[in-house]
Write a protein that binds this ligand. Structure first.
Ligand code: 2M8
Length: 420
């Protein structure tokens, strides 16, 4: 184990670009939002100052309206598409114009608790500054992405989910035109095998959406009106709820009572809304396409993520765990991000079936919270085992355990540090 811990430390050091960590060299040469939150939790196990720094560098890219973008382009690089010239966000530090799952609040609590334990100087002031930024972002989610106050937040781009080409988006994305004003000059397929990446058609639709939102001047109200893709999504909403709980905890600890009450209100609303997305016939939760008005019942990992933020009735948690077990049967490395028996499952193609250490991390927390320690323990053991035998790959083929995508990957290193 020491050998692998050392390798995890080495990867995070190698991917450091000056207080922030790139997901991996060349394939992803900038700071990514939820990657950095996971990485900060990894750092919190051995270097609290560096953990704070990761989050502080991320909020350098925060917009005036509170959004924290999904990519912060701190330094130029020509190894990634789409770069700042495609996003056209005119932010002082160049950034993308969309966001990513708000793991940030979960990370902030973990870093704060590690600092308290270590008696780190200046920790309270650093936590407070980050908490204020997190609160602004939280409010942004509830205004820009849930203007009707339903309690579920919506994504306007598949990249915002972090699960870019998941089968969950197939029907909604098919409605988005493949035409673009911007030439699509992919770089990703020069770094990793094209068969492990989204298809060209997906990229054309992804860039169509970027063009559409750039032409709204990135104004959230205009985007909401014009969006050709709008999904009230359970994975992101569950992460927002868990982050909301952690921010509420921090606000109470730091005696910010009115902020804590505000957060408690958001949390209660979202808890009810998420519970309403449970489908007992499927033993999982479903997202909703706000354009077609239909449930999104494609079987993906997102359907189990609400365990992270909810305390389910035992009948529900037992049913969800049984369904997860079914998907895991015959898998060398669970948890497959798409149900293996369905036709669109592709065990090596990115978010269409592989197992991802950070998703397992969130599922493990959800299973523990919901009284399923055995399943949590076996998922933890298989995640650690996959990393120890295959290395710190971006993700794993669940049927063979093979490491796929980018190598020397920061969030896989962080997950190992957290779990081992
Ligand atoms: C992947 O997404 C980026 C776009 O954001 C890409 O493929 O270019 C996803 O796995 C996403 O979840 C992750 O944050 C990012 C960096 O690791 O890569």
């Amino acid at each position: 184990m020491t050998k692998h811990l050392d390798e995890a430390y080495r990867i995070l050091a190698a991917n450091d670009r000056g207080g922030y960590t790139v997901p991996t060299d060349r394939l992803y040469p900038f700071q990514w939002n939820w990657d950095s939150a996971f990485v900060a939790m990894g750092f919190s196990t051995y270097d609290v100052d560096r953990a704070y720094r990761e989050l502080e560098r991320l909020i350098e890219g925060q917009w005036a309206d509170g959004m924290i973008p999904h990519i912060i382009f701190h330094q130029p690089s020509d190894t990634y598409f789409p770069g700042p010239d495609v996003w056209r966000t005119s932010h002082t530090i160049p950034t993308s114009g969309i966001t990513q799952p708000p793991v940030f609040g979960m990370a902030l609590r973990a870093v704060h608790e590690a600092a308290e334990k270590a008696g780190t100087d200046g920790a309270t002031a650093r936590t407070l500054a980050l908490l204020r930024a997190a609160l602004k972002w939280h409010r942004w989610w509830y205004t820009a992405r849930d203007p009707e106050g339903t309690g579920l937040v919506a994504l306007l781009h598949p990249w915002e989910s972090g699960s870019d080409n998941s089968p969950a988006w197939d029907l909604a994305l098919a409605q988005v035109p493949t035409t673009t004003d911007t030439p699509v000059v992919r770089k990703d397929t020069g770094h990793v095998d094209a068969s492990m990446r989204p298809r060209d058609e997906d990229y054309r639709r992804f860039i169509h959406l970027v063009d559409a939102y750039a032409s709204c001047g990135w104004d959230p109200v205009k985007q909401w009106e014009k969006a050709p893709f709008k999904v009230a999504e359970v994975q992101t909403t569950a992460i927002l709820l868990k982050t909301g709980e952690d921010l509420e905890y921090l606000a109470r600890t730091l005696e910010l009572e009115s902020e804590a009450e505000e957060l408690a209100g958001y949390n209660a609303r979202t808890r009810n809304a998420l519970l309403g997305q449970w489908r007992s016939s499927l033993s999982r939760f479903v997202s909703r396409d706000l354009i077609s008005g239909q449930d999104i019942d494609a079987p993906t990992q997102a359907g189990f993520l609400p365990l992270l933020g909810l305390d389910l009735d035992p009948n529900m948690s037992t049913a969800a765990a049984a369904e997860m077990k079914l998907w895991s049967e015959g898998m060398k490395v669970p948890f497959p991000t798409t149900k293996p028996s369905i036709s669109v499952w592709e065990p090596k193609r990115y978010w269409r079936g592989p197992a991802w250490a950070v998703i397992n991390w969130l599922l493990i927390d959800g299973l523990i919270r919901n009284g399923q320690p055995d399943m949590a323990q076996s998922l933890r053991a298989s995640t650690i085992g996959a990393i120890e035998s295959e290395g710190f790959a971006e993700y794993f083929d669940p049927t063979t355990g093979e490491g796929c995508g980018g190598l020397g990957f920061s969030w896989t290193a962080a997950a190992y540090l957290w779990m081992a």
